[in-house]
Design a protein around this ligand. Sequence first.
Ligand code: IFM
Length: 465
Amino acid sequence: MNGGGDRGKTHPRKSGFTWGVSTSSYQIEGAAKIDGRGDCIWDTFCRQQGRINGGDNGDIACDHYHRYAEDVALMRDLGVDAYRFSLSWPRLLPQGRGAANEAGLAFYDRLIDMLLEAGIEPWICLYHWDLPQALGDLGGWTNRDSAGWFADYAALAARRYGDRVKRFATFNEPNVFTLFGYGFGWHAPGIEDRTALHKAIHYVNLSHGAAVDVLRQAITGVSIGAIHNRQPCYPAGPGREDEAATQIFAEYWNDAFPLPQQFGSYPPGLAEAITPFQKPGDMALIARPVDWFGLNHYAPHYIKADSSKVIGSSFGAAPPDVPRTAMDWPIVPGAFRDTLIDLHSRFRLPIYVLENGTAAVDKPDSAGQVRDMDRMAYLQAYTSAMQEAIAAGADVRGYFVWSLLDNFEWTAGYSQRFGIVYVDYSTLKRVPKASARWYANLIADARRSRDKATGDVGCGPAAQR
Ligand code: IFM
């Protein structure tokens, strides 16, 4: 395990706590068929009848590819320290490997340069689910060669952007895209197969380790992490079946990636199933030291036994008295606090919250304003819970709202809005919601309290007004 140093000192303006916003390539970029971008597995998945709510797809999304300057200006107005986005692998390498696409590479040059000019630190995530279809055709993450493909892609990104970008994440939520994509068949590529799931878990872990090596070697002063979605899992019902199912589910959800990546071994419930795909030396490659732990957190899960699923468990219903978001996700800020404290005690790495936020039913009023009181209440409660975790000793160094913009919410299409900036999908006009103003005030207050040099990390009570 890494000693816990946060080695990245990369942006002149930045010190102390990092406030940011996050997005991902497929969810916002659009421009799916121009400037040489290749298809990704989500392009294919969206074309399949009945997969996505309303038959939506990422062809246009928020058209960030053309409107990035406006989006950087929105971030500058928010006053964020950092922006976490993902690179579109098929935009850089249309076939996933081989010849690079200069137009795609140049797009991120423009974005990065504009962010730096605006005083916003770019954080790159290499993979947020848009695997090139050409690699999907070769088995995608169920092919052991994926580790080599991913390492080569990481090397390309490092060579091109490593002079200006020092913060790199390998994967976003590997638990979600492997379990939903290869285990439950809900996400691209739509596979429901136990063997495929276990291969994908192991080869994604291998790919992570291979990319860490490449990035570390190629970029002076790089600061590397992976981004994991962690939520407490509780049995949905009182019986022993749900209790056992919850234990299994929690291992797949919370531990299948962080444990091997940090400690070099799989959780007990997965170890046997993964063994056939392991080769000598694999675990050492997977457990390469990283500099920080990226956490995505939304809500606890309530789990039930489900023999129709390849892992024997699935999502159940939350108790009826628990408040929910528009996604029907429980609102339990205390679970966020406890997750941060638990993470700190188990992993001893600096923590960056790289996604937290909520979907809400947002509509402009007659004056064109979006008064998203539910989102503000959620963010207020969750940032307060984070502050409680920090007060209890958790080493939390940053918080990024999911998401800057309303965007393509995977199988929900455009029906769920997570942005603090409203996007009118018919005109692509952006309207900062009330929560954007709230977040800007939070950041400004935090910065003032930081500047007073009180020793506060800048997300203390003064910042919570
Ligand atoms: O939109 C997603 C994101 O792509 C990954 N984390 C959860 C978000 C909300 O569902």
